[in-house]
Design a protein around this ligand. Structure first.
Ligand code: MTE
Ligand code: MO
Length: 300
């Protein structure tokens, strides 16, 4: 779909108009062990595969236009220069809309492990598509059906079909304090705080429950609340010293409400080789015991 191969040197890429954007990246395998029972003790382990950074680079649309992409183009292949040659197909609409090739992360050259010298950024889409060490782009009229979008990062459904190209990271939140592994030393005031994010847009509301989901109350959001960014929430809580369960749930600006685990399992099943794996964005429950110890639990 491109007339002829085009080569772009890094110095050349830096001469095109640049953009900077703060946004989260989340691996769609984040939380993957928690489908059927709580397995990992801390929030770092259950929810740690995500981060927010400021990325700077050149729009993918700029490059595709320069290369002379034709009308029949539907998908863009992005390939990394690592041993795995990690490769993903990106829909052309997304490529033209807001994808960019980043050469800076948080105001400095991207570090080697994060993809130096160039990384594809696909705002709000699963982390796997943000190809590091980008060395090649190819354009076609069909998806390329790479390993990462067929045997990996697909969701096997109860009826045996697989959910594929489920790119957008749906709204998710988690309480980071108090969370698994922490201990409340005494009853009284404790701030409940955590983060919420959505690959579809901006976090509009976060609610916290301190009684295992019976009552939900609005949390305050720390500004600025940016689209496709981790958003910190805070909720003042007075612990009475009894065993209870803390939860958070968020709503994004599309109106999507973070589901309970039961709701998600009802739709997606527990079918994968070790149960369903990817794209688990259910409400997380932390139990505070009478001894103040906080543990990872699942409740009905
Ligand atoms: N070239 C290449 N790009 C890659 C990967 C890889 O192994 N090789 N891993 C992907 C996966 S699975 C994820 S979740 C993100 C992780 O990005 P991070 O290290 O910035 O969190 O990078 C993606 N980009
Ligand atoms: Mo990932």
């Amino acid at each position: 779909m491109v007339r002829q191969p085009s080569k772009f040197a890094m110095a050349q890429l830096r001469r095109y108009p640049a953009l900077s954007r703060i946004m989260f990246i989340e691996c769609s395998g984040n939380t993957l062990t928690e489908w059927s029972k709580p397995t990992l003790p801390t929030v770092q382990q259950t929810h740690g595969l995500t981060s927010t950074s400021e990325w700077t680079g050149v729009r993918l649309a700029t490059l595709l236009n320069e290369a002379g992409v034709r009308g029949g183009a539907r998908w863009v292949l992005a390939e990394g220069a690592d041993g795995a040659a990690m490769t993903r197909s990106i829909p052309i609409d997304k490529a033209m809309k807001d994808c960019f090739l980043a050469y800076e992360q948080n105001g400095e050259a991207i570090r080697p492990e994060q993809g130096y010298p160039l990384r594809l950024i696909v705002p709000g889409f699963e982390g796997n598509m943000h190809i590091k060490w980008l060395r090649r782009l190819e354009v076609a009229d069909m998806p390329f059906m790479t390993r990462e979008e067929t045997s990996k990062y697909t969701d096997l459904l109860p009826d045996g079909r697989a959910r594929q190209f489920s790119f957008e990271m749906e709204a998710k939140s988690v309480i980071t304090s108090p969370s698994g592994g922490m201990t409340l030393t005494e009853p009284g005031f404790h701030e409940v705080t955590g983060i919420a994010w959505s690959g579809r847009g901006t976090i509009k509301r976060v609610e916290v429950s301190t009684d295992g989901g019976r009552r939900w109350q609005p949390a305050a959001l720390d500004g600025p609340v940016l689209p496709i960014c981790h958003t910190r929430f805070r909720f003042p809580w007075r612990w009475d010293g009894k065993t209870t369960v803390l939860q958070s749930r968020c709503t994004d600006d599309t109106g999507y409400l973070q589901p309970t685990l039961a709701q998600l399992v009802a739709v997606r099943g527990l079918n994968g080789p070790v149960g369903s794996i990817y794209h688990l964005n259910a409400i997380q429950s932390w139990q505070v015991g009478a001894d103040g110890k906080v543990t990872n639990v699942q409740i009905a």
